[in-house]
Design a protein around this ligand. Structure first.
Ligand code: SAM
Length: 316
């Protein structure tokens, strides 16, 4: 799909470029904030799975830049934003970057070190695996990312803090809800207007972090297993009990963002430009080391090899 055609068919892609966001995902976090006011009183944040960085940009614009530019706040310490991803990211003002795998314990340790004894008020996680199209597999890998995020939460989030995580809705959604409820009394699954209806993605908005009394982060997996296993085998008492009959779990599900605003599943006409044709804007920040780069290099080298072989056979 060409850029102009995508501009027409994906209004949030176009708006992201116009407003200087690196990805259309920025609108998802902004719309979650419109509904849940997630940035109120926040000074320390962790952005998990952050590349190419549009959520980090939102954090920088909403938290860091206003604090830096406000003269009345010049004596206060500036907000701390730590962003992690497998991929490197171009710099963003006020954002500390860590390149690493969030499922790796060492990455969690690096994040914790940045907080140097203080705790985060908010942890956000927009992590997504490379989708295979095999629904169960994608949902399972996604749930592993959320659990990795929850592990980091149990180390860095302060009591009362919030955790926002991308989820894929599927057969284990109720299980995930029950697991999150162990730590957060208020859990809502939200679907921002900028997230397409055709996509199974939604966001768990978890409020008021309250780990069980005496909880030791080392025991996280034992505790989660008590609720049920991610494979959906309901081999323990509480999860299967919660999910059936009169005790069935009803998950609060909320559409958010201005509901009369742009619809991500609709095409919008391109704006009229005085005296000329509409010019599509370039992406704000192309990925600096995309995973497909190596594949493109290999394809180029292989095409080159084929051409050389063809030339050889023509010469002989
Ligand atoms: N929130 C980002 C933004 O607004 O620009 C978009 C995030 S993108 C949808 C998903 C990201 O998850 C990718 O950049 C990918 O590298 C990252 N990711 C997937 N698995 C990861 C892992 N195990 N550890 C760290 N990052 C991971």
């Amino acid at each position: 799909m060409g850029k102009a055609s995508r501009d027409k068919r994906d209004i949030y892609y176009r708006k992201a470029k116009e407003e200087g966001w690196r990805a259309r995902s920025a609108f998802k976090l902004l719309q979650i904030d419109e509904e849940f006011n997630i940035f109120e009183g926040v000074k320390h944040v962790v952005d998990l799975c952050a590349a190419p960085g549009s959520w980090s940009q939102v954090l920088s614009r909403k938290l860091y830049l206003p604090a830096k530019l406000a003269p009345e706040k010049k004596d206060e310490s500036l907000p701390l934003i730590v962003a992690i991803d497998l991929q490197p990211m171009a710099p963003i003002e006020g954002v500390i970057q860590v390149q690493g795998d969030i499922t790796n314990a060492r990455t969690a340790e690096v994040v914790i070190r940045h907080f140097d004894g203080c705790k985060a008020d908010l942890v956000v996680c927009d992590g997504a695996p490379d989708v295979t199209g095999l629904h169960d597999m994608d949902e399972f890998v996604q749930s592993q990312l959320i659990l990795a995020g929850l592990t980091i939460v149990t180390h860095v989030l302060k009591e009362g803090g919030k955790f926002i995580a991308k989820i894929f809705r599927g057969k284990d959604t109720s299980l995930l809800y029950c697991q999150l409820k162990l730590f957060f009394p208020v859990v809502t699954f939200a679907k921002p207007k900028s997230s397409r209806n055709s996509s199974i993605e939604a966001f768990a908005v978890c409020e008021n972090y309250s780990p069980p009394e005496g909880f030791n982060p080392k025991d996280l997996h034992l505790l989660l297993e008590k609720v049920g296993s991610p494979s959906g085998i309901e081999d323990t008492d509480c999860c299967s009990g919660w999910l059936e009959g009169p005790n069935k779990v009803y998950i609060p599900f909320l559409a958010c963002g201005d509901l009369s605003g742009y619809d991500s599943d609709r095409s919008y006409p391109l704006p009229k430009v005085a005296g000329g044709n509409y010019q599509s804007l370039d992406p704000v920040q192309p990925p600096i080391a995309p995973p497909y780069k190596r594949a493109l290099e290999l394809k180029k080298a292989s095409n080159q090899g084929i051409r050389e072989l063809e030339n050889l056979s023509l010469d002989s």
